[in-house]
Design a binder for this molecule. Structure first.
Ligand SMILES: C[S@@+](CC[C@H](N)C(=O)[O-])C[C@H]1O[C@@H](n2cnc3c(N)ncnc32)[C@H](O)[C@@H]1O
Length: 329
């Protein structure tokens, strides 16, 4: 799935940020040729030559870290990932996540917008096929069932905000029930695919919190705010859920999925996605003035044929102090 950096050692990694030096870039491509032939040692040697020419070459450092990791040389992998991180503060490659995975970083780092955008721009062409035909993806259907049950079996929605809408799989499930559908995603390639399906009344290419801040400023009130399989890319859900609570209509509903774990708090999984504990989710909802109407274990997709532990969550505003739903977009 879309989390682990899958640099296959028999094919060249598609990640690339130029070093700014033509010769170093060419060495990198030469190293990728070695990888294509399965020659890890040869690739590492040529990467070291590229790095000698361009010491701040983040892509080469990251590729070297990935090779050392595959070779089982953890301390060399950590050293290379640290160089990649230091050379690129936007963390295009995800070096900070790799360092956390290898236990070299004590904190659980946030994913940068640059990293998530790159990840999904890269996967967009095969996203629907992977999710629907290989990963048994069912978050939209499980959320639809949970939201319908919470509404007492009848569902008609004036407006819906689909956060992290991706290619529109969630939008497609809810569209027949919604008059006005808005989608937000930071990946232009995912948004382009959602647009091609003609499902949304409005699509916004933006980071979640920034988009929500704009919605708050516009005094938007949505009957449903959905986030299907999106919060696995968000470490601290507090600020996002607080912002969501400000754009839900008084009788409105918030529905989302998370990957979960049996402990407390947030964990970065080996897959490089976050898992949020149930008590953490309950705390975040309460902190935002939301009451859970449904919070149940489920599996929304599989990973190498194994169902992953998830929660399907439906929440409502728990106070009557919200302004009326005057503007539904
Ligand atoms: C696994 S896909 C799910 C897409 C869609 N909700 C679905 O059910 O198919 C996660 C999506 O969330 C988006 N995303 C992740 N973090 C985001 C953020 N901080 N801001 C905006 N979009 C984000 C990604 O670009 C990606 O399209």
């Amino acid at each position: 799935m879309f989390g682990v950096h899958e640099t296959k050692m028999t094919t060249a990694p598609v990640l690339f940020l130029t070093s700014g030096d033509l010769i170093a870039d060419r060495r990198y491509l030469w190293a990728m040729d070695h990888l294509t032939l399965g020659d890890l040692a040869g690739a590492a040697e040529v990467l070291l030559q590229a790095i000698e020419i361009a010491p701040e070459f983040a892509t080469a450092w990251f590729a070297l870290g990935t090779i050392r990791d595959k070779q089982g040389d953890w301390s060399a992998a950590i050293a290379a990932f640290q160089k990649a991180r230091d050379a690129d503060k936007d963390d295009y490659h995800g070096a900070r996540l790799q360092l956390a995975r290898l236990g070299a970083d004590e904190t659980t780092p946030d994913m940068t917008a640059t990293y998530v955008r790159r990840l999904f721009d890269q996967h967009a062409p095969r996203f629907d096929d992977s999710l629907l035909n290989r990963l048994a993806y069912s978050a939209p259907q499980k959320l639809l069932a949970a939201v319908t049950a919470a509404a007492g079996g009848k569902l008609r929605l004036g407006s819906m905000l689909d956060l992290g809408c991706g290619t529109g799989l969630g939008g497609a499930a809810f569209r027949p029930l919604v008059d006005w559908l808005v989608g937000v995603d930071l990946s232009p390639a995912m948004i382009a695919r959602a647009a091609a399906k003609g499902l949304y009344d409005r699509l916004v290419t933006a980071e979640l919190k920034e988009a929500l801040d704009d919605e708050i400023a516009a005094r938007a009130n949505y009957h449903l705010v959905l986030a299907a399989d999106v919060f696995v890319y968000v470490n601290d859900l507090g600020p996002i859920v607080n912002a969501i609570a400000q754009v839900v209509a008084p009788e409105g509903v918030v529905a989302f999925t998370v990957e979960t774990h049996s402990g407390a708090g947030v964990k970065l999984l080996p897959t490089l996605r976050y898992a949020h504990g149930e008590s953490y989710i309950r705390g975040v909802l309460a902190g935002a003035g939301l009451a859970s109407a449904h919070l149940a274990p489920a599996s929304i997709r599989s990973e190498r044929g194994i169902p992953i532990d998830s929660l399907v969550v439906v929440a409502r505003t728990s106070t009557v102090t919200r302004r009326p739903a005057s503007s539904l977009s």
